[in-house]
Design a protein around this ligand. Structure first.
Ligand code: B3K
Ligand code: ZN
Length: 893
């Protein structure tokens, strides 16, 4: 076989050609479909030979003359044949993006052989090497870096894959489905052949080969089938798989119970990989996980990490139905699988942990991060109209807002009808690649609800704002509530139409503190109802109310909107005490604290003395002294809004004023309520063996939130408590909480030795070193940037590993606002330098890590100019499509 590509002409794109967008409106079915795909990999780090046999035929909807086009990038073609006949130059064409056969037969068996270079693949898309292990990431368009193929989700085929590798260095050879044959080969090689009987798009293909060991378990399905469950890891991580395995079994049982979905292969495998762009990937029967999303041990992972692993294991497992059995027609439909699957994993986590806390956490994250995305230059609809690089659309909007839309559907239909709609969707479209309309149509069909206007949620970008006001009419015992909706313009969508917004409300009697009976147009609705806001403005008159109410609006965050109501502080303190909706009780506390913070931010900016709002202090005293059986919710109630959340609420972000104001609130509360916090701290210390149970997590949450207040004053007693906790604790949650408080304090005398001890103890464990990086670079003191630069030279750091980049650079730029936004522009410069390097190494990560710079419009003029200058410096480079798309949008805003 010749070593150079055999193709006659290779077309080279002119260097100045800009990446072009792909439009949803241009969708066409594929010209050819593939019924069966046979692959053979002969693995070698720098030259892996991939042989493919594709059994193809013209798609019934395709015009007869359309050529056969196969995607392929960075492939070196060695052989091509149709039905056993080698093709001659002139019978096909190869350029840097595809292989075209102008006059193919209507039915064919296409054979190709290509060489690829996994060792030089730092983008971590396609087949690459991670720590000596071969692994793949194909979603969205990575398969085209493995072989020539119609790399689009609406081409679904069965796969049979033979993996050949060196028996000594690659003892384990995995792919999708079931192993059907294995054996020895000459030259110390061996092979395994895998068959996946379920037709799938190539983005769900996976291959793993390396020195791996497994932990095995079993699951019996509702219909009595025995499934083998395996988690494959490097040997030193065998003791970190228990929680993931437990989570997997619990997710499998939940999906049977809740959605009637059973697993469909005889084995389900998870592999932990060190270098991975995302959290994990739902490849059929062979999920590949970022090691950070699967490995846990009480001594190395925090409670938050345990819960994240549980959620991600469930998410990927749930994709087996919502994504794999029923997949997306094209990538514009990405939220079809992601929004639904996030909704499913959120519901699972709510069911197995604390439901109100899960909702509080999800919503506070959503309102901080998705609202910011919706208000910035990369705002896009849940179903975008176009993209340049689909890799840039794995966003909070597609995932989390998509999940909120599914949640609204569940709430509009009620669970029973929603479940019927879900059953209909899975049975009608099993084995097919479909659209968001297909999903919503099932929901409309089973419920007979007109979801026409509701569909706008998918096409209209931006966060709707509802302005509400209300008046109690004493003479008529009536409450008049007016709701007005408006969605601000977003790039490319200047005019918005009204949405169908479900607003769940209650009216809380000011005398009784109870939810009042709701009567609307003579109809009795009970103590809570869902208003359907469809017009720009609607007024509702509730009658027969014996007392004046305080409205409790948007209960449970019933729609992903910003709701404004002119609440007085007394109203909020009242709701904080009386609202029967746990989520809104928490939200009332947040709103009350936000009002105080607004005043303090203004005082800081005006150089006026800061005064603490006594109502906030009293509300906290109430929380700390009332007896509660819900520790998890209490820990959330005692947690102040994050600086990022506060920033999201401000017309212009003043990072220093926000930091000072929040700090002031914390110290004021800690000063007045010191004894209460100390009591809370002591009452929640525990000697019990670690378990990631809801009860223990809540208890540690309370203990550590108390310690954070105490440490805000930094008196000797508090510092001593933190030091003791750091030294005595046997779990990472408590160790990390104490270490963070020490490192973020001015007590270097205690913090520095602690940091050193921690770094030495965990030097061998990259996932713990990530935490060590994050703790240091989020420190508010002014030396943070020097630490970032210093740590970038640390032997445990590498720009090639996405987890390291996120832990060090991502944490600094995203969670250390006062230092990232330094007025000398050093923070911005540092991030831009990293983006420029990553642009060539790993474009997908580069285009994500740049996000904080794209939010320039939220800051003062001086910072705006500095941030834009860095974006322009990046723009002047030769850019990947990923970074190009984001930078263009950011500068055009
Ligand atoms: N579906 C994957 C996303 C991978 C995308 C990479 N560009 C993870 C998930 O949502 O489950
Ligand atoms: Zn997903």
């Amino acid at each position: 076989m010749p070593d150079s590509p055999i193709s006659a002409e290779v077309e080279i794109k002119p260097v100045d050609a800009q990446p072009q967008p792909v439009y949803l409106k241009d969708y066409q079915p594929p010209a050819f479909r593939v019924s069966h795909t046979e692959l053979k990999f002969d693995l070698a780090p720098s030259a892996t030979r991939v042989s493919a046999v594709l059994h193809m035929e013209r798609h019934p909807d395709s015009a007869p003359g359309r050529p056969l086009e196969l995607d392929g990038e960075r492939l070196s073609l060695k052989r091509i044949a149709i039905d056993g006949q080698e093709l001659q130059a002139g019978e096909y064409r190869v350029d840097e993006a595809r292989l075209t056969i102008a006059e193919p037969p209507e039915r064919l068996r296409l054979e190709t052989e290509v060489d690829i270079d996994p060792a030089s693949n730092t983008a971590l898309e396609g087949l690459y090497l991670s720590n000596g292990m071969f692994c793949t990431q194909c979603e969205a368009e990575g398969f085209r870096r493995i072989t020539y193929y119609p790399d689009r989700p609406d081409v679904m085929a069965t796969f049979s894959t033979t993996v050949i590798g060196d028996a000594e260095t690659l003892p384990v050879l995995l792919s999708n489905g079931n192993p059907v044959e294995r054996g020895e080969l000459p030259d110390g090689k061996h092979f395994v052949t895998w068959e996946d009987p379920h037709p799938k798009p190539c983005y769900l293909f996976a291959l793993v080969a390396g020195q791996l060991e497994k932990v095995e378990d079993r699951f019996t399905t509702a219909s009595g089938r025995e499934i083998t469950l395996q988690i494959w890891v490097e040997s030193e991580n065998l003791d970190k798989t228990e929680h993931a395995m437990r989570s997997l079994k619990s997710a499998m049982a939940w999906d049977e119970r809740t959605y009637g979905r059973e697993y469909d292969l005889d084995r389900f495998m998870i592999v932990a990989v060190n270098d991975f762009n995302m959290g994990a990937m739902e490849n059929k029967g062979l999920n590949i996980f970022n090691s950070a999303a699967v490995l846990t041990h009480p001594q190395t992972a925090t409670d938050a990490a345990f819960q994240r692993v549980e959620g991600i294991v469930a998410h990927e497992y749930f994709h087996n139905w919502s994504g794999n059995r029923v997949t997306c027609r094209d990538w514009f439909q990405l939220s079809l699988k992601e929004g639904f699957t996030v909704f499913r994993d959120q519901s699972f986590s709510a069911d197995v942990n604390s439901a109100p806390v899960k909702r509080i956490e999800d919503v506070s994250f959503f309102r901080t991060a998705q609202f910011a995305e919706d208000a910035g230059p990369t705002a896009h609809p849940v179903r975008p109209e176009y993209y340049i690089e689909i890799g840039n659309f794995y966003t909070l909007t597609i995932y989390e807002k998509g999940a909120e839309i599914v949640r609204m559907l569940r709430n509009l239909l009620g669970w029973d009808a929603f479940r019927q709609g879900s059953d209909l969707y899975f049975s009608r479209f099993d084995g097919q690649a479909v659209t968001i309309e297909d999903f919503v149509a099932c929901m409309a069909e089973v419920s007979a609800i007109d979801l026409g206007q509701f569909m706008r949620w998918y096409s209209q970008a931006g966060t709707p704002e509802i302005d509400a006001h209300g008046e109690y009419d004493y003479a008529n015992s009536a409450y008049r509530l007016t709701l007005r909706q408006r969605t601000p313009p977003t790039p490319g969508q200047p005019d918005k139409q009204p949405l169908h917004i479900p607003v769940r409300i209650g009216l809380v009697g000011t005398k009784s503190g109870d939810d009042l009976e709701l009567t609307l147009d003579g109809e009795r609705l009970g103590k809570e109802c869902v208003l359907h806001l469809r017009e720009d403005e609607q007024t509702l008159v509730f009658t027969e109310l014996a007392e004046a109410p305080v409205p409790s609006l948007l209960r449970g965050f019933s729609a992903p909107v910003k709701l404004r109501f002119p609440y007085g502080r007394e109203d909020l303190a009242f709701l904080l005490q009386h609202d029967s909706d746990g989520f809104n009780r928490w939200d009332a506390g947040q709103r009350l604290t936000m009002l105080a913070l607004d005043d303090l931010i203004a005082a800081h900016r005006n150089g006026v003395e800061k005064v603490m709002d006594a109502r906030v202090t009293e509300a906290f005293r109430g929380l700390l002294t009332a007896s509660t059986d819900d520790k998890a919710v209490l820990a959330e109630m005692l947690t102040l809004p994050s600086e990022a959340y506060i920033a999201e609420q401000q017309p212009m972000v003043d990072v220093d004023a926000i930091h000072a104001a929040r700090d002031f609130v914390k110290r004021s509360l800690a000063t007045v309520l010191r004894n209460e916090f100390l009591t809370l701290y002591r009452a929640n210390q525990s000697q019990a063996d670690y378990a990631p149970s809801a009860e223990q997590i809540a208890q540690r949450g309370l203990q550590n939130v108390a310690l954070s207040y105490l440490m805000s004053i930094e008196d000797d007693e508090a510092v001593e408590l933190a030091r003791e906790q750091f030294e005595a604790a046997r779990n990472m949650t408590d160790v990390r909480a104490a270490l963070t408080l020490l490192v973020h304090s001015s007590r270097g005398d205690i913090a520095d030795p602690a940091l050193r001890a921690f770094g030495e103890k965990w030097a061998h464990d990259p996932l713990v070193m990530d935490q060590w990086f994050s703790v240091q670079v989020t420190r508010p003191q002014s030396d943070a940037i020097e630490r970032v630069k210093y740590l970038m030279g640390h032997p445990a750091f590498s720009l090639k590993n996405p987890n390291r980049v996120r832990a060090l650079i991502g944490a600094f730029a995203g969670q250390n606002p006062v230092n990232f936004h330094r007025l000398d522009g050093q923070g911005y410069r540092l991030l831009a330098d990293v983006v420029i390097e990553l642009n060539t190494l790993n474009p997908e990560i580069a285009a994500r890590i740049i996000t904080p710079l794209t939010r320039w419009q939220r800051y003062d003029e001086q910072r705006q100019a500095l941030m834009k200058a860095e974006l322009e410096r990046i723009q002047a480079e030769e850019l990947s499509p990923n970074v190009y798309e984001v930078v263009e949008k950011a500068l055009a805003f």
